[in-house]
Design a protein. Structure first.
Length: 153
């Protein structure tokens, strides 16, 4: 039995839940991108606050919820596997990923913490009216939605 298993079993033996639970908001906001020499209006997605990284050392249920109306998590293929809204790499048996509701407004990710490793994840969202998709890798350029302090002059 690993150290994590012993910790979980001890907590369960006290009648307490064996999973930590985290709620993570996913926000979609208008933005512009430069395509050639033109500025094109589009959207960007932001996961949680700050970097979008999660340091987890205990079995955890992560509940990702879209906080902006008109968007849903998209089912997609990556590396020979079908993902419900969020892909986690490297793909192994450490994670379970599934839509949390029929409207694809949430995704439940269970991190079993069998292996302590830095995982990368991608989120794919789709606009429910236009079909436009957003792909975001939260670890790259996913800073706070609003800077905590104005930039220095």
């Amino acid at each position: 039995m690993s150290g994590v298993d012993k910790q979980v079993e001890r907590i369960k033996a006290l009648g307490l839940p064996g999973l930590d639970v985290r709620h993570i908001g996913v926000y979609v906001q208008p933005t512009v991108r430069e395509v050639g020499d033109e500025l094109v209006q589009t959207f960007a997605a932001y996961v949680g606050e700050n970097e979008g990284n999660f340091s987890i050392n205990f079995p955890t249920k992560l509940i990702f919820v879209i906080m902006t109306g008109g968007w849903e998590f998209e089912r997609f293929e990556l590396d020979g596997r079908t993902w419900d809204g969020i892909a986690i790499m490297p793909s192994d048996q450490d994670f379970e990923v599934a839509f949390g509701d029929d409207g694809r407004q949430s995704v439940i990710v269970i991190d079993k913490c069998n292996c302590f490793f830095t995982y990368r994840y991608q989120v794919v969202l789709r606009n429910s009216q236009t079909g436009q998709r957003i792909v975001v890798d939260p670890g790259f350029g996913n800073t706070d939605r609003e800077p905590p302090n104005p930039p220095p002059p």
